[in-house]
Design a protein around this ligand. Sequence first.
Ligand code: 3HC
Ligand code: NAI
Length: 696
Amino acid sequence: MNEVVKVERHDAIAIIKINNPPVNALSAAVRQGIAAAIRSVSADPEVKGVVLACEGRTFVAGADITEFGKPPQSPGLGEVIAGIENCPKPVVAAIHGTALGGGLELALGCHFRVATKDARMGLPEVKLGLLPGAGGTQRLPRAVGPELGVKMVVTGDPIGAAEALKNGLIEEIVEGPASGAEAFMRKAIAEKRPLRKLRDDDSKLAAARADRKIFTDAAAAANKKNRGMDAPLACAEAVSWTLDVPFDEALKKERESFVKLVSGDQSKAQRYAFFAEREAAKVSGIPDGTKARPVERVAVLGAGTMGGGIAMSFVNAGIPVTIIETGEEPLNRGLGIIRKNYEATAARGGMPADAVEKRMSLLMGKVGLENVKDADLIIEAVFETMAVKKEVFTALDKHAKPGAVLASNTSYLNVNEIGSVTKRPQDVLGMHFFSPANVMKLCEIVRADKTAPDALMTAVTISKKIAKVPAVVGVCDGFVGNRMLSARSKQSEKLLFEGALPQQVDAVVTKFGIPMGPFAMGDLAGLDIGWRSRKDRGIKSEIADALCEAGRFGQKTGKGYYKYEGGSRSPLSDPDVEKLIIDTCARLGLKRRTVSDDEILERMVYPMINEGARILEEGIAARPSDIDVVWLYGYGWPVYRGGPMFYADQVGLKHIADRLSFYAKQNNDPSLEPAPLLKRLAAEGKTFASLAAKAA
Ligand code: 3HC
Ligand code: NAI
């Protein structure tokens, strides 16, 4: 029919084949090709049945996201799907890989669906700040029932073939997708199966008509989980139309809702985040064709907070891990925590009970660094001091096999210096995971001056394999994430001296969409760590020091910037803290003032953006979008705000530079002066996005 859609004939069966690598997205050419193919097979009297299949690694994975925001091209997807549904010959979708978004909507327009056993099907539009825009909100609930339907649309999570079969989304599980679908079609023709048009099938809706609670429950759950996001609520509402809005009218309303969301700021940010994540995995400045080294076994040093979570991430992906400690006691404690974590997940129904033993069997506990000798990748997660790191890397140099990649999970330390104690600095890099490491998706990969390209590729490739999002960064104090966080911490502390209270600052930050404010976060991490480190360095922080001197170390002591009652983790404002802050200011002769929420927000976010500009200028991050990826996946930056650098572009760099200059003067703080790069872009009326990629 055209370059990307062809029709094959196997006697009375026509096979429409889509071939639009890499994921068969529904570009305008694909839509035109399918529409033409359906017209042609409809008109061909010899054709008795039709198979809709895809070449390559997957069935259609959705609309072509790159077309959103551009002038629409005909035919629209809804029109193509209506063409399939109204085709007088039976049409079966042959699903393999992932049928997602518009891809599943296309399949739902077919009269039948079959899938291979490893296929996955879902409507992930909500994750892009959208709702399904081509009938998915109306046809999916008719196929699987409104309860599962609303859950799939609101969460965007796909289901596997077995669940799809059980719930009536597919007719059969087949071996080869196209051949299996063809065999199914021959059977359907022989049996004279009536064409099942989902638009006309309300059989599964009756029960829900009596009880609309599933929709209000889904909307409430969406609201709780995705605070501040428009799409999940729009999704729940659209699915509820299946109950009382005629099909064609519901499609119209769905379309209107889609158009509104697709042109809104939230979806724009979420689509940006989708591509930013994929871009971050492309490492600049390494020779084409650089291959990752094979990784079959991993060693993790340290079974503490981070070592345990890192080990779990590998085990979860089926990669065996040796976890190494200094003695039996910390080793057994660490292994015990991992087991408990798995058992808790199994008890919650998050994994089958027998998976606990399976995962634990991939984990070998050992005492002594000589046990790293079989590992292809070694990740050090021991105490955060340069002396200990150097001692460990000197020992690794002695015991690790040649070619093993030696990674440090350090939060701040200089990876060049760590590598310098080895005779193989080309194999040394940082793999900075975030706590809890088995949950948080980010892995900041720190490229040291001498890191070899293939060692870097190994870290990037393995991170993706264990379902992390890699972002390559350069060496500096705190790398990208913690360095920007430090800029924010400096301001949050200052705000307390100027007149704000912890609960006010945290409320502004959480209202913006970040899950935790700086003071609640401090309480969670433990205030004593910073206090000890300040004492060692002879630095004072009057309010934080006074809290620690009063035994308020945070959640672990039930009191910090907040109080925590009855073992709860919910922070409660504490009048004692307010008094302590006011008394400290009085003692230091500081006059407090009312600080507005607007000022708090600007001083929490703009200094971070300023630090991001310095990071770009120094080449510590190659692209502004890499910085955004760090914040989205490491610190819970709200995806509907795209990341700090994307947010900056939306606000306007001139405004940000002006406000920073203002705060620099107001507070007599030169560190708040706009960074040269920010100043230049602001003066030129440009955005961060306008910057070309630079090597990290
Ligand atoms: N449109 C355009 N490009 C897409 C795309 C899409 N829907 N899906 C993936 N791509 C691109 C990626 O950007 C990437 O490009 P690159 O190689 O240049 O970086 C390439 O395809 C491969 O993608 P991945 O690296 O993500 O490959 P994986 O194998 O890891 O994952 C996938 C495959 C599961 C299909 C994943 O790409 C994915 O989740 N895609 C998005 C699915 C989606 O959200 N679909 C809904 C779209 S909205 C819609 O359909 C609206 C409708 O209701 C009207
Ligand atoms: P932790 O104190 O919980 O665990 C460290 C473990 O290392 C202890 O169990 C200790 O017995 C073990 N250890 C010490 N020396 C060792 C050696 N020579 N060989 C083997 N094991 C040894 O510390 P945590 O929090 O897990 O931190 C580890 C590293 O991860 C640090 O570099 C830290 O900066 C970094 N990190 C910590 C994060 C966090 O939120 N806790 C986040 C990201 C990085």
